[in-house]
Design a protein around this ligand. Structure first.
Ligand code: SAM
Length: 300
């Protein structure tokens, strides 16, 4: 069921001629750097741990180098692509492949309605019906995509992404390290995180300016209850308003009881209110969110 022959996806010159023949060039604004390393593609797909027949979402298929491989290993493959030129190419390459769905537009806007196809978002059964997610994510949208999944509490069964190494380092950073940030905590609220291989610029065409890294995300085994999760996300914004300030000083502006409330909630959660936000682990954040919720209930 395939259309025209694809270029050799490992050859920059063939990719270039394939695009030029159709009047296209890779665009920086959409983070279009193609992975030209077959072993890296294979390893990324292996990290998904597919057993066959699973639904997979691919963000940013580009001209389909990963998509071809995914269609060999998965069931239905849904690709989210913003570039109209690439969408035309995908249609040309895959013709009317019966297991490929092409979703056009900005994935930040299109994924929620695709998620509805997988039914309710509640409970364990719903979680195991969700798709897997893979993508060599566009640099400029990677963190917004992850944030959007966490904020909607829509966690694919397993997520394997390639992102700028600096962002990967923030995702997997440990409390107290310089890379640790509110984004590290946001990701940890949702996922167990693991850093995978580093990909140097030479693995891509065109060469990006920075290293990339694969990250594997698995939904946390013990998901906090919904109200606690929402409070934790809210607290993240307060706690990291200023990294240099103490936890107490950041927190006091968000609680109706101000400084006193911040002090009480921290102590009940086992947190030193005089510490810095960059020292809080995800378990302490969850515990703080729970204390803050109790405090708000008592106060109302
Ligand atoms: N999948 C190819 C690969 O692995 O080599 C290309 C990956 S390239 C880094 C990023 C892809 O994401 C491009 O195809 C780009 O057009 C697409 N893209 C960029 N922003 C997007 C967005 N907001 N929504 C959907 N696709 C986007």
């Amino acid at each position: 069921m395939s259309g025209v022959d694809p270029p050799d996806f490992n050859s920059p010159s063939q990719i270039r001629s394939f695009l030029t023949a159709r009047g296209f060039n890779p665009q920086k604004r959409f983070g279009q750097n193609f992975l030209i390393q077959p072993n890296a593609r294979a390893e990324i797909i292996n990290e998904l741990e597919l057993t066959g027949g699973e639904s997979v979402w691919e963000i940013g298929p580009g001209i389909g180098q990963m998509t071809f491989e995914l269609l060999k290993r998965a069931g239905e493959v849904t690709v989210f692509e913003i570039d109209r030129g690439f969408i035309a190419i995908l249609r040309e390459l895959f013709s009317e492949h019966p297991r490929l769905r092409i979703v056009e537009g900005d994935v930040l806007k299109t994924w929620p309605s695709e998620a509805e196809r997988f039914g309710s978002n509640e409970g364990e059964e719903a979680a195991s019906a969700r798709p897997f997610l893979v993508g060599n994510l566009p640099y400029n949208a990677a963190s917004a995509i992850l944030r959007s999944l966490v904020e909607h509490n829509y966690l694919p069964r397993r997520t394997v992404i390639t992102v700028q190494k600096e962002l990967a380092d923030r995702i997997v950073a440990e409390p107290g390290s310089t890379a640790y940030s509110s984004f590290s905590l946001l990701c940890r609220l949702a996922w167990d995180v693991r850093a995978g291989m580093v990909l140097k610029p030479g693995n891509f065409y065109p060469r990006p300016e920075v290293d990339s890294r694969v990250v594997v995300l698995k939904p946390r085994g013990d998901q906090p209850e919904e109200a606690v999760r929402v409070e934790a996300l809210h607290l993240l914004r307060c706690l990291f308003a200023s990294r240099r300030k103490t936890i107490r000083n950041n927190l006091q502006s968000c609680l109706p009881g101000g400084r006193q409330a911040a002090e009480t909630c921290c102590r009940s959660a086992g947190i030193d209110p005089g510490g810095r936000p960059g020292e809080i682990s995800v378990d302490l954040l969850i515990s703080l969110a729970s204390q803050v919720l109790d405090y708000r209930r008592r106060d109302s």
